[in-house]
Design a protein around this ligand. Sequence first.
Ligand code: F6R
Length: 260
Amino acid sequence: MEVIVQPDAAACAKLGADAIAGLVTRHPSAVLGLATGSSPLGIYDELIARYKAGAVSFAEVTTFSLDEYVGLPREHYESYHSVIRRVFTDQIDIDPARVHGPDGEATEIAAECARYETAIRSAGGVDLQILGIGTTGHIGFNEPGSSLASRTRLKTLTPRTREDNARFFDSIDDVPMHVLTQGIGTIMDARHLLLVATGEAKADAVRELVEGAVSARWPCTIMQHHPHVTVLLDEAAAAKLDLAEYYAYTYAKKPAWQTL
Ligand code: F6R
């Protein structure tokens, strides 16, 4: 796990965009796993700017979103179907037919989850998965207690996550109770995990992610078992790490030939 602490969110976004643009340039038909929420917005803005400047093309890229609310119409402003198009894919040259997400309106939930797993596998698996982290330690919407081997399925959001996400809705009562989310096992199949976390509210979850014991209590900790993880943090999110100085030292001494 490579932990990179940057002065601010903008610097994190630039590094994240470097990793993604580099991948897409080397491998134009790359499969990207996309997160919604606030954390990846800077990365998406940076990638949109680079696309508009002619520095990168997403024409052959395929994307799979991590999750979706259950019970929101797909055209709802806050459905992740709408959000990912608005904040990212409608602003680049990706083929809209290659932008995928779980269907939160599906009536046959188990069949929809199985379909989504098959779709990811059929596309060749995810090359790079962008992740945020919840204050509860979730990745995707795998809340505490999630099986560390789980696949795409329905989950119930914790009251804390519903509070955290209430800022996107008129009232907390409007935040859906249930979601479809890629499982921990699904996420762990991606070839590169790129997690971005900023702000002091994430510091406890980040400490567990990087230095805690692996446990379903903090589902993010499973990432310690993944062979290729990049964790991009601002100073506030990194504030509770015991070994923050060592991570900074390691990054400063990183051999020039090693990319993210
Ligand atoms: C969103 C997702 C979640 C968020 C997490 C952090 O698709 O899977 O895990 O990444 O809840 O949300 P923000 O970035 O809004 O703090």
